[in-house]
Structure formats: structure tokens, C-alpha cells
Ligand binder design. Structure first.
Ligand SMILES: Cc1cc2nc3c(=O)[nH]c(=O)nc-3n(C[C@H](O)[C@H](O)[C@H](O)COP(=O)(O)OP(=O)(O)OC[C@H]3O[C@@H](n4cnc5c(N)ncnc54)[C@H](O)[C@@H]3O)c2cc1C
Length: 382
């Protein structure tokens, strides 16, 4: 059977799902296809929860995109907001000489993002659950919070389907010739015909397009842990506990949401990871590191039982910038990825940007092009 639309979006993670919705809103017909289904466990968008913060140091474009995306998420969630977003606040933990935090404060001021600066005394008073060690100050984004990731992506797809996006589960074989692509083949033998094809396949992109993305996107194994609190103890749930980031310490944490446990994530890039075949059992080494951090940072949870753990993958570009560009060998194939461990919150803005690129309504941002990704080799965006 052959299906035809203006735009085919391959991959229904947060980037592809929002791209399908935003392209549809711009008036084009859309087919959205995913090999395992939206928010599947293997995908980078398939975790329980993701932090939505606005702070990005001096990288104002990401702060602006996060602000715009924040509004779009809220609008999408509508009456179901309570279930899909919790305004936990996000606390940045900072050490004395920390230019990233200073730049974040500066950007907040410019973009009128609500924030509070907390000195060490105030931090200790508000958050006695933490033992803050070298942290001398904090910056709190009181409006920021946590999105229930898997369910949120599925909500985006439901909304897209409501607006007549055709959605289906199948794996798509990437095109191999060069020039103009008329159609792509699915695992169930269908042809999908479209004027443009957007591959938003997250950590699968380097395997699907090895010549162009093999050296530009590096999936790494990342581990997160959920620890159990004492019965009836609300110190580690909102509103007492915010989401928090300590990038200098390579760690971030989320309060206990849905009774799932206090979440610790290790942000340092792990070893290379295959999203299809990688076993998702956490390593003893990573568990020990998480326990060490817990003992140091949240002493009351030092001996807390591990309730759940997950292995996910970041799809890292060299510096953390997204990659959104036309494939150099085709005039109608687009590549969208490189979420680099911070992309979830930006789904709406990424989708909007791709829709504008497809219609030629916006000039490309140099930093997202394939060309820009040849030279940068330092992680700079968190
Ligand atoms: C542990 C962890 C914590 C994170 N924390 C945060 C956070 O707090 N805040 C934040 O903003 N971001 C966070 N991120 C990053 C964020 O989750 C990712 O940047 C984002 O989910 C990437 O989405 P994506 O759509 O690019 O990829 P994915 O979600 O991986 O989607 C790609 C989709 O493509 C499909 N696919 C692949 N190949 C094919 C094919 N051939 N045919 C059809 N379909 C195909 C897959 O099935 C998949 O569903 C975190 C990531 C991880 C792993």
C-alpha cells in the first residue's frame, strides 16, 4: 500500500512528535512513523520525567526556546496539566567561581525570567535535606519544573492525530540514492510518498546516516536511579524538594513524583551505547557513584533502598548543540537530532523551527547546521 502526504516525519520521540504537530499546524498534511511507538522505552524521550528549566548560561537561544516551549507545553496539556507537569521549581547549585551561573543570572534578567538568588544561609534554611558541601549559593527558577516525559510525548502524538496527522508504527529504511526522494519503504512493505522527509530518529541517526552523522552524533549510556524514602516522609517530594542541577558535580536530581522515588541522574557522558541492542541493566559502578553522591548530598537517604533504575542514552553532538539541517545528498531530506541530554524541554520550539525551515520562512541558525558540527569538540551546552 502507498501513503502520500506533504511531509513524512520518521521518529515519534519529542522532536519528531512536535515536528509533526507544528508542520500540521502550518497547514500541511503529515505522516508520522515510529519503529517502536511514541515514547517507547528504547527512545531518549521514553523516560519517566524530564526537567524543564530556562537557564542555559549565556546560550540565550536555548533559554528563549525553553521559554517558548514552556508556554506550548502548558497549552498542550490544558486541563491535564497537573498530571503531566509539576511546578517543582528548579534549583541551580553553584560554587564560588562559576561563570555559567553568573551568565545564567544575566540571561534571566534580560529575558525577564523569574528567579531568586539564595545565599548559603538561605539554602540551608530552605532545604535542610541537603548537605551542600562546596556549594556556596543557589539560583532558583520557581516557575520551572518537571514534565512526565513518556506520557507527554504520547499526548503530543494524540493531539497530532486529532489534527489529522496519520500516525503509524513501522520502521523506515533510509534512502540510499542521491537527489530527490519520492518515497521511503517501511518494515511492513508500504511505501510512504511525500514532498519532504524529516528523520528525527534521536540516537539511531548515526546508524541510519553513517556517512553524515556517524562522526557527529555519539549516543552514550546514561543511568538514573530512584531511591525510596521513609513511609510518610514528604521532605523529598514537592513542594519541599525542588528539581536540582549541579553540573559542576556531574549530577542532577528530581523530587519524588508519583511515589516513584527520589531520582538521581549522572550527567557525565557514559560509554558508547547502541539504542537497539544495548542491555538496559544498570552497572554496579554507576550505582556506587549514585550512592556516594546520595550519602554526601542527601545524607538522610544514605541507606535508602533502590526502587528502580533505568539506562537511557544521550544522543550527543560534539558541543551539545542540536543538529537540524538538510541532508547534503538530498534536496528534500532533513535530519533533526543531537538532543544531547537536554533536548526534551525544547520539543515545541524544535518542531516550530523545522516547520519554518521546510517552508523557507526562516533563515537557518548557523549553530544547528551540519557544517557547524565539524569543528566543535567540547561539551559547552548543558
Ligand atoms: C537519562 C536522560 C535524562 C534526560 N534529562 C533531560 C532533562 O531533564 N531535560 C531535558 O530537556 N532533556 C533531557 N534529556 C534529553 C532528552 O530526553 C532528549 O534530548 C530527547 O528526548 C531526544 O528526543 P528525540 O526525539 O531526538 O529522540 P528519541 O526520543 O530517541 O526519538 C527517536 C525515535 O525515532 C524512532 N526511530 C528510530 N529509528 C527509526 C526508523 N528507522 N524508523 C522509524 N522510527 C525510528 C525511535 O523508535 C524513537 O522513538 C535526557 C535524556 C536522558 C537519556
Amino acid at each position: 500500500m502507498s501513503r502520500s502526504s506533504n511531509v513524512a516525519v520518521i521518529g515519534a520521540g519529542v522532536f519528531g512528535a512536535w515536528t509533526a504537530l507544528q508542520v500540521r499546524r502550518s497547514g500541511r498534511s503529515v505522516t508520522l512513523v515510529d519503529a517502536f511507538g511514541a515514547g517507547n522505552t528504547r527512545s531518549s524521550s521514553g523516560g519517566a520525567s524530564r526537567v524543564l528549566r530556562i537557564g542555559y548560561g549565556s546560550e540565550a537561544i536555548y533559554s528563549e526556546w525553553a521559554q517558548r516551549s514552556f508556554d506550548a507545553w502548558q497549552e498542550l496539556f490544558g486541563d491535564g496539566r497537573q498530571e503531566l507537569f509539576t511546578r517543582t521549581g528548579v534549583l541551580w547549585m553553584a560554587r564560588p567561581d562559576d561563570p555559567y551561573t553568573d551568565e545564567t543570572i544575566e540571561t534571566f534578567g534580560r529575558l525577564r525570567v523569574p528567579f531568586e538568588i539564595l545565599d548559603r544561609t538561605e539554602l540551608d534554611r530552605r532545604y535542610p535535606q541537603f548537605s551542600l558541601g562546596p556549594v556556596t549559593r543557589g539560583v532558583l527558577e520557581p516557575e520551572a519544573g518537571v514534565i512526565m516525559a513518556r506520557h507527554a510525548v504520547q499526548a503530543v502524538v494524540r493531539q497530532a492525530v486529532k489534527q489529522s496527522v496519520e500516525y503509524r508504527v513501522a520502521a523506515v529504511t533510509p534512502p540510499t540514492d542521491t537527489g530527490h526522494v519520492e518515497s521511503v519503504l517501511t518494515s511492513d512493505g508500504d511505501q510512504i510518498t511525500a514532498d519532504a522527509f524529516v528523520f528525527a530518529c534521536g540516537p539511531w541517526l548515526p546508524t541510519l546516516f553513517p556517512a553524515v552523522l556517524g562522526d557527529r552524533i555519539h549516543p552514550t549510556r546514561q543511568e538514573v536511579f530512584f531511591f525510596g524514602t521513609e513511609p510518610g516522609d514528604r521532605r523529598f517530594a514537592p513542594p519541599a524538594m525542588p528539581a536540582w542541577v549541579d553540573f559542576a558535580g556531574g549530577v542532577y536530581g528530581l523530587p519524588d513524583l508519583e511515589g516513584r522515588g527520589f531520582k538521581i541522574g549522572l550527567d557525565h557522558h557514559g560509554p558508547p551505547f547502541d539504542p537497539d541492542l544495548g542491555e538496559r541493566l544498570v552497572s554496579d559502578d554507576a550505582l556506587q557513584v549514585a550512592r556516594m553522591i546520595l550519602a554526601r548530598r542527601v545524607p538522610a537517604l544514605e541507606t535508602a533502598p533502590l526502587l528502580e533504575a533505568r539506562v537511557c542514552q544521550y544522543a550527543n553532538s560534539w558541543n551539545g548543540d542540536f543538529i537540524i539541517d538538510r541532508h547534503p545528498d538530498f534536496d528534500n531530506v532533513w535530519l533533526v537530532g543531537g538532543g544531547s541530554g537536554h533536548g526534551f524541554k525544547h520539543g515545541p520550539a524544535v518542531g516550530e523551527y523545522v516547520a519554518e525551515q521546510l517552508s523557507g520562512r526562516r533563515a537557518p541558525e548557523a549553530r544547528f547546521t551540519l557544517e557547524a558540527h565539524q569543528e566543535h569538540r567540547e561539551r559547552g551546552i548543558y
